[in-house]
Design a protein around this ligand. Structure first.
Ligand code: ASP
Length: 433
């Protein structure tokens, strides 16, 4: 199936899922009978729940093996390891810079819009127990896995990346002595990508079920101050994409943003419906490498790293939430606090995997550091699921933008592939630079 028609089918699934979810939500409000039936047969443990979870698990199942083999093959294929290190440094630098820009923009916008001003203290905040976030020191010290199998089993992406980098470098050093293993891994990589293609055939249905279920439970009616909070977060997300990402694509990458976003549509749809950059990773990898033409060694390193450490959308939510909570509780925020929020939110996104709702956990850490009431999170809890979907789209978009821009600047991108709008081969190895 051509990528274009696949994208259309996924977007159709998304739209139909949203419509079905809203209808179900309206039906649930008509009375306890209808609500009970819908909950039992469709939502909680019902058909939508099962189908959605099946799709979510199917793409998640591919993450660790795909990242492992594609990164080992990618690094083994790099001619010059020092150059690879330099490119990695640029990717890391841009990830941190874009996150800092995102949160600064979010705080600026929240200070102008003042979504929490005039609210009556923390009244109405639901009880919120903050789960502990991992301290940064642990994240750094745990970068190297004691046991690579345990790291893979736990899905600890940073540890898997470290192990794969070393294995790939060793494979390159071993050269002809390990030629057989290298061929085997390259074939495994091909198989993994074909698995992604197969699973993505079910994406329209999976995306339909995930969205319909969320909207059936949540609805979209948000009252009062929370509307302003949501508008501020969504506004900052849109501005970040239009200014920072489009600016980077055009200015640094000299790439057409329209074509870039068109190619990214399926990735965005999966990110939106799963709320997980990690689970979206197989689709992001396939798209950036095989449909945009970024060299495998760069994409297979930069994208998994980004899914873990680069969360611009999450940082935006945290910036707005910190200002919102400060305003609601009447806590004045000085310049020092603002700088601290920027610093903490940037650091907080490092080392927390891109899974649904993790942004709230790290928000607790940010608030605690700045001395803001953590229970304020209870105020925004109700709308977080909806915002999680949109900020995850921005999180994965940021990973893809930085990867493409750095690859382009380093001459590691097949422009013919990027500019080719025809439905091209989506299988690995065909025409890679
Ligand atoms: N769901 C987001 C992601 O996976 C993280 C978050 O903000 O909660 O990227």
């Amino acid at each position: 199936m051509s990528p274009r028609s696949q994208t259309t089918r996924i977007l159709a699934g998304l739209g139909a899922g949203a419509a079905a979810g809203l209808l179900l939500n309206a039906a649930r409000r008509t009375g306890p009978g209808a609500a009970g039936w819908i909950d039992t047969w469709l939502v909680a443990g019902g058909v939508l729940d099962i189908v959605g979870r099946l799709f979510f698990s199917a793409i998640q199942m591919l993450v660790v093996p795909l990242v492992l083999v594609s990164l080992v093959c990618g690094v083994a294929g790099v001619g010059d390891l020092r150059r690879f290190g330099r490119i990695g440094g640029k990717v890391l630098g841009l990830y941190i810079a874009t996150t800092a820009a995102a949160i600064s923009l979010a705080i600026g916008l929240a200070l102008v819009i003042r979504p929490g001003a005039g609210a009556n203290g923390g009244a109405g905040a639901a009880a919120w127990q903050a789960p502990p976030a991992p301290p940064l020191a642990d994240t750094l010290a745990d970068l190297v896995p004691k046991n690579p199998v345990a790291a893979m089993a736990a899905g600890n992406m940073l540890q898997v990346i470290v192990f794969a980098l070393l294995a790939g470098a060793a494979l390159a050093v071993a050269g002809s002595r390990a030629a057989g293993l290298r061929t085997l891994l390259e074939q495994a990589n091909t198989v993994m990508l074909e698995m992604v293609n197969l699973v993505m055939l079910t994406a329209p249905v999976g995306v339909f079920a995930l969205i319909a279920r969320v909207l059936a439970v949540q609805g979209v009616d948000v009252a009062g101050r929370l509307v302003l909070y949501m508008v501020t977060v969504l506004g900052a997300l849109v501005i970040h994409v239009l200014v920072v990402y489009v600016g980077l694509l055009r200015g640094v990458g000299r790439l057409s943003p329209a074509r870039f976003f068109r190619k990214l549509e399926p990735v965005m749809a999966v990110a939106f419906s799963t709320s997980s950059s990690n689970a979206t990773l197989p689709v992001t990898l396939e798209t950036v490498e095989h449909r945009m033409g970024v060299r495998g060694s760069i994409a297979s390193f930069s994208l998994p790293l980004g899914a873990t450490i680069n969360m611009d959308g999450t940082a935006i939510m945290q910036g707005v939430a910190a200002v919102f909570i400060a305003q609601v509780y009447g806590v004045p925020l000085g310049l020092k606090d603002v700088v601290l929020v920027v610093l903490m939110a940037t650091l907080a996104s490092i080392g927390t995997a891109g899974v649904p709702g993790v942004g709230l956990v790290t928000l607790a850490m940010v608030l605690r550091q700045v001395g803001l009431p953590v229970e304020g999170i209870g105020l925004i809890l109700g709308v977080d699921r909806l915002l999680d979907m949109t900020r995850t789209v921005v999180n994965v978009t940021g990973d893809a933008v930085v990867t493409a821009v750095v690859a382009r600047a380093e001459g590691e991108m097949d422009l013919g592939r990027f500019n080719d709008d025809r439905p091209g081969p989506a299988s690995p190895g065909k025409g890679q630079p």
